[in-house]
Design a protein around this ligand. Sequence first.
Ligand SMILES: [Zn+2]
Length: 236
Amino acid sequence: MADAALLRSLYELQRIDARLVDLERQVGAARETLAAARRLREAERAFREAALALQNAERELKAAEHRTAQLRAKLKQVETRLYDGSVRNPRELQALQTEAESLRRRLDDAEDEAVHLLLTYEQIEARYLDAMHTLERVRNAWFEERQRLEREIQAWEAEIATLREQRTWWEQRIPPSLREQYEHLRRTRGGLAVAEVREGVCTACGAALNAALRQQVYRRELAFCDSCGRILYPVD
Ligand SMILES: [Zn+2]
């Protein structure tokens, strides 16, 4: 195979390899962004916890209200007996009086507790509503993000598949020894084996080519940079 065709193949190989590196990095970054799913799981967990706390607070509040109602009913009973004239025995009346006082104190305490529990309930309810809105926001953001990423990944993966086919096609046109040289250069020269030459300068390392090398390059013969050792490819 003529040098010009070989050079072309190497150049194409280089171009494709560079693009593949880019694409694979993009796909990797996108996959990491997909880890944003974690934020959604966290918001879901926070919401479940807030809902549970709200249930508990509601149960406690109801129980306190129930206790208050019971005490109030009991007090009413005792007061009715105290004042309706049905009890005349002074000792019995005194006992009812004492019971009514005790019930009033307990009712006061129970009412205080119910008020306190109501305030607590309202705070917990506010946190619950916050968690619910956060979850809604995070979920919507995540759905949009995921759809966008899925479209991008599909496009990149399609391009990678195409490039791999093209790569195979160009690679088969290069003899194994030169292919090895290319791969070696790529490994040892920062991923770039074929350097573009513009106005007689190797654009990879900046070295000006001597006249003989320059001629070789512009005649499209296989040539290597004196300075960086890369395969030279003229683009002007
Ligand atoms: Zn060079």
